[in-house]
Design a protein around this ligand. Sequence first.
Ligand code: PLP
Ligand code: 3DJ
Length: 406
Amino acid sequence: MPAAPAPTRADAEALDRADPLARFRDRFVGLDGSAYLMGNSLGPLPAATEDRLAAFTREGWGGRRVEGWEEWLDLPTRVGDRVGRLVGAGPGQVVVGDSTTVQLHKLLHAGLSGRPDARAVAVADDEFPTDRYVVDGVAADRDLEVRVVPLDGCDGPVAADAVARTCADGAVGVVVASLVRYRTGARADMAAVSAAAHAAGALVLWDLSHAVGAVPLALDADGADLAVGCTYKYLNAGPGAPALAYRARRHAHLHQPIHGWFGQVDQFAMDATYAPQPDARQLLVGTPPVAGLLAVDEGVALHEEAGVDALAEVGRAQMRMVWDAATAALLPLGVALATPADPARRGQHLALRHPDARALVDALADDGVVADHRAPDIVRLAAAPLHTRFVDLWDAVEGIRRHLAA
Ligand SMILES: Cc1ncc(COP(=O)(O)O)c(C=O)c1O
Ligand SMILES: Nc1c(O)cccc1C(=O)C[C@H](N)C(=O)O
């Protein structure tokens, strides 16, 4: 394929002028003129969330006190269903609460409870550390072998054929994998990977942390089994905001192992014996983090207002532009692109490989561009179309070029 012409700064400015989502940037606090390219780590604060949390503390907690629970008790499922609509999951399958790590632990046990004969659990290579720790811990508890699914090239996503090979002997109960890899931004084919696992008798537990709010998702249609994901990245729900947990309706009999009173039928009957809720509420454990749930609600509302189609379209255009800019300006200077070239196989951050990655990120910071470094040699530039401008991405590439050329 012939290389696309290198975009100029004027091209990036023109793309910003034509961006149908450009008006959303002013709906965030504190961005001003800065290039904030870390929406894949901590999304910025929406102004509406600041107001909602202020109202909650003043009128809710401060005003209604314990009576507030009339409105707060069902937030994990109400917000869960709203997140569900965003990720293509019908009602009653998503809850929000606990951290991503805790949700992973709960759902991995749930998935394995359906395969008492399983001898192994599989995890994609180079997973986010917390996923690997959870898999190793649960495997040790249940006396299971841990199998690592090799990735498509060292930078690519987890692929169906590798999952099929890893699970071929029928021993694997659950495969844990990120849909979008935190390091390279490579994005897996959910339908194909799920089908390959199912054919070998395994379920897939997806980590959607770098996918939810970033790329269009169709969990029900793609045959997803179980999923978790952060809400503080592309959903802008704030540091420590509670994570989503999805369990497909057909797996409602797969129970998470922490028996808490929020998962109990007729919770306020105060029975001494645990009797699980028949639906997604069984995924709940204890008192939900109300402030965090309200922040998730506001983050999802912004995405709904922008529309998933527009988000996907602008997101793809931003990735295309930053990819083309980096290809033209940085490959000649010894930078490699770790993110796949195929738009269908990437999420919303561009990963650049260079031995001086740390120094490059520091140099960008001196120029007012906030990006991040993942050891040993990756620079990540996230494009979150609700608040990222095309020129932010262009300036980041230009900053790296200038630093390397100096
Ligand atoms: C893929 C992935 N999973 C999990 C997490 C974090 O989980 P937790 O919110 O439990 O810290 C992150 C980011 O921190 C992540 O990138
Ligand atoms: N969750 C984080 C945190 O609690 C502290 C610092 C960073 C994070 C992150 O989100 C890191 C991020 N998941 C990553 O992809 O590297």
